[in-house]
Design a protein around this ligand. Structure first.
Ligand code: KIV
Length: 275
């Protein structure tokens, strides 16, 4: 096993860093990571926020949706990311069932991410119906990121991964959700698959930064699932994801080369000496 030299240090990204970036019009970068090496890669590349997303359920654990993901799974992956000691802010995604039952349980679970796993903040899905929960979490000293638009945890209720509609009512509802989350104390909000014009308007109306995914170029920042960006999934990425590499194919070819070399007896690792 190779040793792990510490990652080059940069100042820790905090809520103040994000607020300053919004004020100065500097784009905020966010990527998912679910394990130690990926967290190292993302952090060393200078990304502002690492999201330990419940998308881990789909891209790493093989679930068809994010619904089965548990608190214990999220804590396990968050701890692995935090062990990379990233300068990036680490945001842990609260899975379905961990914050919807009642506010006391939501606060207890949010605090587990901070105290047990070492996360810097949590993210929860939902609009104004989550405002009271956000308030309780913030009062318990937990920074909270909101998430509106396409909310994968609503899969059963909405009947799929459905983008928000395009009606005027929907536009107003999303804006009011964003304002309610800001008033409740969220430090930032993810806008997923929100029409670009609406995302621009929400971004302009909020004092806190918006982070877009499939929501056009005018949010304060952009987020992607790491595995979609590097092409490390056996299935095609969502239509809005940018794929800059085909890692799945690269890994598959490399493993095939290993198999062929072993079968041809042409792979001779140097034997360990001494001891
Ligand atoms: O779980 C996740 O990766 C997310 C992002 C898509 C924002 O919520």
């Amino acid at each position: 096993m190779s040793s792990h030299p510490p990652a080059p240090r940069r100042p820790k990204v905090t809520l103040r860093t994000l607020q300053r970036k919004k004020a100065q019009g500097e784009p905020i970068t966010m990527l998912t990571a679910y394990d130690y090496p990926t967290a190292r890669i993302v952090d060393e590349a200078g990304i502002d926020i690492i999201l330990v997303g419940d998308s881990v359920g789909m891209v790493v654990l093989g679930y068809e949706t994010t619904l089965p993901v548990t608190m214990e799974e999220m804590l396990h992956h968050t701890k692995a990311v935090v062990r990379a000691r990233p300068s990036a802010m680490v945001v842990a995604d609260m899975p379905l069932g961990s914050f919807q039952v009642d506010d006391a349980e939501a606060v207890r679970n949010a605090l587990r991410f901070i105290k047990e796993a070492g996360a810097d903040a949590v993210k929860i899905e939902g609009g104004r119906e989550r405002a009271a929960t956000v308030r309780r979490m913030v009062r318990a000293q937990v920074p909270v990121m909101g998430h509106i638009g396409l909310t994968p945890q609503s899969y059963l209720l909405i009947g799929g991964f459905v983008r928000p509609g395009k009606s005027e009512d929907e536009r107003e509802r999303l804006l009011e959700d964003a304002l309610a989350l800001e008033a409740a104390g969220c430090f930032s909000i993810v806008l997923e698959c929100v029409p670009a014009e609406w995302a621009r308007e929400i971004t302009r109306r909020l004092r806190i930064p918006t982070i877009g995914i499939g929501s056009g170029p005018d949010c304060d920042g952009q987020v992607l699932v790491f595995h979609d960006l590097v092409g490390l999934t056996p299935f095609p990425p969502p239509s809005f994801a940018v794929r800059l590499l085909n890692a799945y194919e690269l890994f598959r070819q490399t493993v095939e080369e290993f198999r062929v070399r072993v079968e041809q007896r042409s792979l001779f690792p140097t034997p360990m000496t001494g001891g």
